[in-house]
Structures are given as C-alpha cells and as structure tokens.
Ligand binder design. Sequence first.
Ligand code: BDR
Ligand code: CA
Length: 314
Amino acid sequence: MARKIIIDTDPGIDDAMALFYALDSPELDVVGLTTIFGNASTETCTLNALRLLEIAGRTDIPVAVGCDRPLAMPFQGGAAFVHGADGQGNVHLPLPQIKPISRHAAQFIIDTVMKAPGEVTLVAFAPLTNLAMALLLQPEIAHYIQEIVLMGGNAFVPGNATPTAEANIWNDPEAADIVFGADCPITMMGLDVTEKIYASSDVLDRIRTFDNPKAQHIARILEYYRMFYRERVGLNGIYIHDSTTITYLLAPALFKFVNYPVRVETVGYGRGKTWPALGRSENETAWQGRREIRIGIEVDAEKAIQLELERLAR
Ligand code: BDR
Ligand code: CA
C-alpha cells in the first residue's frame, strides 16, 4: 500500500521538483498539501502549490493554507534572489483555476492524522510553523504521526541563510524547536546531506528532454535557480534540497544516519542553528527528555539523482 504523506511546502523551485518527484512515485500517496511562507509569502506559495497541481493534472489533491508569519517574528520577506519574486523562477504563471480548501493547514494536519492514526507521514520542505501550530493545538497528535521527514537544519556543516543556520529553520527557529521536541519519529535531511547531492548542469539539461508537462515546467524554472548557483554560489549546477526527503522515503538504504536529540538556537548570532546533543556532560538539561532525531549525514548521491531523474521522466 502506498505510504500516505502530507507535504508542507513553500514553492519554491526545488519544492516544485520535489513535489513532482513525489507525485511520480507510486510508493507515495500525497493526501494533501499545506502551504507556508519561506521562499515567498504564504499567499504566493499557495498560488504556486495550486498551479503545480494543475500542471501535474492532480487537482484532486487538497491544498490547505497555512500561517502567514513565523511564531515569534515577522515574515522575513522570502528569497526572490534564489527562487524569483514569484517563487517559480519569474516565469509568471497564470492564476490557478482551483482554490484552496477552507480549513487552516494546521487543522488539516490534525484532522488527517487523526483520521488514519499511525498512517500519515508529514513531509516538510519549508519552515516548520504549520507543523508546530498543529502540535501546539493538539499535542497528542504526535503519538499518531507515523514520521516527520523534514528538509532543514545543519548538524555538522555551516548554514546557508546565515553562517550558522539553514534557511527553513532560520525562517522560524521557535517553530523548529517545537517540532524537534515532538514525541514521534523524526528524520532530518539537512544541509549535511542535501549539499552532497549536487546535480551538474549536464544532469539538469537531461530534464529538458523529458516529454511531459511536469519536467518541462521544472526545466523552465531551473534556469533561474541555476543562475543563482552560478552567480552567487559559484557552482555550475545545483544542490538538490527538498527532493532529498522523497529519496529518503523511497530508498532509505541510500543514506547513513546518526541519532541525537536536537535543539534549535533561538537567540544571538546562532539563531536557527540546529544543535545535536553531541557532548556527554551533566549539563544536557536542554536536550533532556527529547527523542533522538535521525540525522542524514551521508548519501549515495549518484543513485539519488538517478532515481529522481527516472521518476521525473515519467
Ligand atoms: C531550503 O530553503 C529553501 O530555499 C529551499 O526550498 C529549501 O527548502 C534549503 O535550505
Ligand atoms: Ca522549500
């Protein structure tokens, strides 16, 4: 039976890739999308989620709109320099025909988890505000979530939003700290592993040759993302961030993990840094009582890219 997942997303160029990858994978049953700010505002990201479902011909999947700002600070304004002002590489798609459902994303998560206890996995490609809200509104749902699989954080490597923090966590550190404290299995696919999955320009050019609307959209929006990597990062290719969660769900054996409880720094220069409880000391109180998080640290990148391309070609 296909594994039920809710995708929480801020589309976003790599979000679009990851969403289509999931939709092209029969092992996964995408039961809903919840939207959030991050790469752009929640409003823009919601329009993009609806547009992407139209491109994929999957307008049967409900979209629930999430929070429009982080728990404890204003929305930071998005990442137009990475994803375009429209979040989709400035290709300016027409308005979608379909609409979001009327329920809030956090309530949609709660209802969907409670309708099928133990069967629903939450997959986050974005800041964790909606997941934190669901856990705050109904803390007991943690016991009925099959797993949370999230793209975010950096355990042993530098950040990408600041020298210390990864973008999704940095966009709402307070929410992330709540989620990392949830009493359910959590797998973190952070920069430790996503920056090991480097798709070169040659690899990306292959997507253009795939004759289906999803791959054609990806090829189109990737132009902008590639420009960002070329001009700002100095790479002739991209890191595959959000899709790593999907690869993990499809082929966990491609990864190596370490397990630690994790706290998220919420003050000072380190705001947004994910801290695994590395040392053994009498002063571990801040991590005490937290479950160990499965942190991805190694990956067979070649196989990961091959699997994603295979699916996007469908
Ligand atoms: C994450 O930040 C966003 O810009 C991407 O969509 C991805 O979710 C990478 O740090
Ligand atoms: Ca994202």
